[in-house]
Design a protein around this ligand. Sequence first.
Ligand code: MEV
Length: 376
Amino acid sequence: MEVKARAPGKIILAGEHAVVHGSTAVAAAIDLYTYVTLRFPLPSAESNDRLTLQLKDISLEFSWSLARIKEAIPYDSSTLCRSTPASCSEETLKSIAVLVEEQSLPKEKMWLSSGISTFLWLYTRIIGFNPATVVINSELPYGSGLGSSAALCVALTAALLASSISDKTRGNGWSSLDETNLELLNKWAFEGEKIIHGKPSGIDNTVSAYGNMIKFCSGEITRLQSYMPLRMLITNTRVGRNTKALVSGVSQRAVRHPDAMKSVFNAVDSISKELAAIIQSKDETSVTEKEERIKELMEMNQGLLLSMGVSHSSIEAVILTTVKHKLVSKLTGAGGGGCVLTLLPTGTVVDKVVEELESSGFQCFTALIGGNGAQI
Ligand code: MEV
């Protein structure tokens, strides 16, 4: 049997980092996906005692015998908790880390280890110690702020849950999950994200699971309907960074300067709420006027992100270049490098700014904003 799922990456339009501290954030899915295929061998097949993980786009393969997994992981299939998502305990995570270490990851790929641990946790908790080959392919650049880890957790969980949904309920081509499965999927994906990022807010997995555009505050999800065209240029600074470390850096700053950081988080909250209101408003205000207001909100949000300590010289370089073309930009995601969003008001011709950014070594692309969420 073969099961396929896909989940999109995301951009955060406003509110990253502050959302971890209870502020509102606004995020949207983009049309770049992570694909997961589960292949279950026939009982007679040679590979029916192994779990294999293939990361196609980076040409890596990992494989464990099921006997080794059962020996290392301190639970058995009878304690499966498919319908009650649970956190991975420290003890279990340590056992899983041993299984990952045994795969001798190349030094320059050590950053993958938490993702592989997440894979082993989600796989064994949702469908137990069953043989399979799991193939992962991603269109998202890893670790660049576009939600590659959340898309992985969501697509993997969707495929794992789908393996127990009967064929009759699945349509031809990609189909979305029903509300109950979507909620379950999102909870599991959040548990996966915790293994990778420590203390995530849950916004990345939520927007990847539900798709379109959402307003998110302390786990509360409001699905947004945009009544205006929203075009963004995405620039990848190609500077790699670590979300967990950046999130923890902001938290440490908040401990050192509680009052000042509270004001920063409150300001971000107001920005996100205003942005959501503009995007959703059906009033007579012209698109140009709305775009002007969004530009200012993005500018203010970037200033606040700078004050949280998560901007980077590469991000500032992108911002300066786009300012020369009268465009406004902000970082998206965790910052410290990664990707930058530039609002493209109606009628903007991007050729010149893209040429200038690319000649400085950045990678530019436009993506469709607000598309599908998880599908099987
Ligand atoms: C990362 O895409 C967004 C952050 O706000 C972290 C989170 O919300 O978990 C930086």
